[in-house]
Structures are given as structure tokens and as C-alpha cells.
Design a protein. Sequence first.
Lengths: 192, 270
Amino acid sequence: MILACSAGGFKILFNMLSVLPSNLPIGILVVIHRNARYETNVEESIMAKSHIKVKVAEEKEQIRPGTAYFAPAGYHLLVEPDRSLSLDISEPVNFCRPSIDVTMQSAADIYGPGTLAVLLSGANQDGAQGMRAVQHAAGLCIVQHPEQAEIKTMPEAAIKLGAADLVLNNEELITFSQQLDNYLRGDQSWRN
Amino acid sequence: MSLSFEHLEELIELVNHVHGFDLYGYSRASLKRRVSRIMDLYRLDFPALKDNLINTSGFFNRFLIEITVNVTEMFRDPAFFVALREEVFPYLATFPHIKVWSAGCSTGEEVYSLAILLKKQGLYERSFIYGTDINSKVLEKAKDGIFDLRKMKAYSDNYLQTGSDDSLSEYYTARYDAAAIHHNLRKNILFSIHNLVSDGVFNEFQLITCRNVLIYFNAALQEHVFNLLYESLALFGFLCLGSKEALRSEQLKDRFRLINKKQNIYQKIA
């Protein structure tokens, strides 16, 4: 699963991560736009609240279930065919590095229909192309409802591109996260 | 243009057979992105890409430029240069000669940054910096020592953040939209081709920087390069990796002392 946000999306992302069940059978890649120049301790503050393991992604690290890997500031985060992570410091994409598009495209390449992408609030267009790649790979694309996003540009761009399978409000995003393991077992009860 | 991982393996074989260039140890996810980019750029599908690589003279060089990441800055990661100045240079100052190797130097921004830092500390006159890359085109640009003036603004900002007491503009001359690095900074610098995958040790260094190169290699190739860098270091010489590239080689760990964990600076001790 890729969980991505930019401006205004941090709070809902934090809330989603903190309700994910500890026995989650999948790994999570988290991409947040942030300035490489300033130290942030986002990972630590989430770790304190969450049931799953939270860390900064290290290159050539194997993706493990029940763990959230944050893209380090200033690097793109990619998935290798052997399901390890790799970092890339090539050109920013749409002025973003890490780029949500890059991580989603790379994950869709590897996980295909097993890819699950969630795009939250943000002030630019990053993520829309990535969501489309996930959709082409027959994965599931979830977008935060633009009206509930603090900044709706990013979710709206994905919806406009037709790359949203589901548009969920904040409450539904939380329920979905709480019951993610049910969903992964094919149980659709979270939708009610 | 779509490219599968199977295509990518086929391409790696082809490039090795036709051009003798070894891409086997490159991380696939990044390489796939770069190759897809070339296909988009030149509007080639996979058969046409192969055809060009085999039959079009000069295409391979362009291919090589595009697959390697040539994004660099002067004083990229200012905190790294602070660590270098405060934790490494006092030690380097005790050596009669300081040979520096910037491995994977691309267009030379880091080499000139090192030159400026050495100059500021009064060490430049007994230093010699080698900048190497696999790419002759970027090395030509590095030799020119002329950079886009618009980029200098960000570089000046980086330089300021290293806690310097002067301005970056002391070291270049601005003409129109270009900034030319001063000649007195260039005299102890040599740029040349070197491939970390296939070339060996070519000198013995007191300081090696190899930042954001290893992230593009798989674990086996990283191990090979660690060995090459180790062999290229003088005893008590320093190795600087990118901030996300820790020295993981079990075999070499005991032969290095960690100088700065955050900046991944190591000293060879055995």
C-alpha cells in the first residue's frame, strides 16, 4: 500500500497510520512532500502512536509486513523486483522529490493488482499519474474526498484524470484503515 | 512507451555484448525508469531502441548519459561540508600531500566545492583532486567549470549554510548568464573517465567522496565498490558516502572507524 499526501494531509495520514492493525500482512510506503533542509521527526511521532512499525526507508531494505516506510526527504522511493526498496536522487518530478507519482508507478510495476494507493490532501498535481499507473495495473485507488481535504488540488487532479476507484470521506478513510486486514482477506464490510 | 523488466534484462545483455558495458549490478527500478525516459524522449518502442543501440553510431553515448543520474549541486547537503571541515580536515592537515577522489563526480560541482573548502582551510596548495565519472560528456562540462548563473543562487545559499564567512561569488566570475570558476581553483584538479564497475585502483587517496552513487547499485556490486574504495584509500584516509548510504560490508566494517554517522564519514584504520 502506498499512502501519500502533501500540504494539509498530514493529520489524516497520521490518523490512518495510527489505527492500522498490528498484524497487517502488507508493507506500507509513505510519501510526504517535505523540505529536505529541515529536520523533522514525523516518523518518531507516528511510531509513538501506532501499532505498526514506522521507519525511514533505507536503500536495499526488504519490505516487511506490518511496517510503514517513509520516503526520506530529497529522495525518490522505488520498489525493486525482489521487493526491496531503493532510493533515487534523480531530477524532481513536477518539482517534487520524493515524488508520489514515481513511488506509485514503481510499486504498481511490482505489485500489479495487489497495489493499493491512497492519495490525500495536497496543493499540487503529484500523485495523479501514479494513481493512473496503479489503476492500469488493476490495483485499487482511493482518494480523500476533495471537500474534506484541507487542500483539494491533489485529490481533485486524480479524480479529474479518472484515476480514483473510491472517493472516501475522512471517517471512511479511518474505518478502511482500521479494517484493512479484513479488506485484504476479501471482506467488504468496511464499506458500510 | 512501455518497458517490462524482461525487456530490461534483454537490454542489459545487449549493452554488454555490443558495447562491453556492464549494467548487471544496477538497481533495476531506477534503471527501468531511466530507460523508459529515453524511450519517451526519442519516441522509440523497444525494438527501435535495440536497433538504435546496435546500429546507430553515437547513440550508445547518448543512452549512457541518459541512464546515469547527473543531478548534482555545489555544496549539496551543507551539513556534510561542515562535518568535512570540522571533523576531517584537521586530520588531513597533518598529511604532507592530500589526494582527493570524487568518484561519480558528474558535472563537477562537488569537485569545485571541495576545492573551495580546501582553499578556505589553507590546504588547497598541497591538495590534488581527481574527479571521475563513466561519462565523457559530463566530464567535459566539469572541465569547463562554467555553471548556470541562475543555479548559483541556490549554491550560494548552500555555501552560506556551511557557516562560511565569505560568499561563493568570491570564487567565480559572472558573465551574462554563466558563472566561471576561477582558474586558481582549477589548477590542482584533474577530471577523467573511470568506471567503478569495471576499472580498478588508480591511485592512493587521503580522502574519497562517493556520494549518491551506490544507491543505484545492487548489494553485490556495492560490495565490489566498497572493496575498490577501501583499496584506493591510504591508511587513515577518509571515505565519505551519501547520507543514505551506510557502509554495510561485514567484511570491511572492522577496517573502518565511523567518524560521522549522519553523514556516513569513515576512516580507514586497518
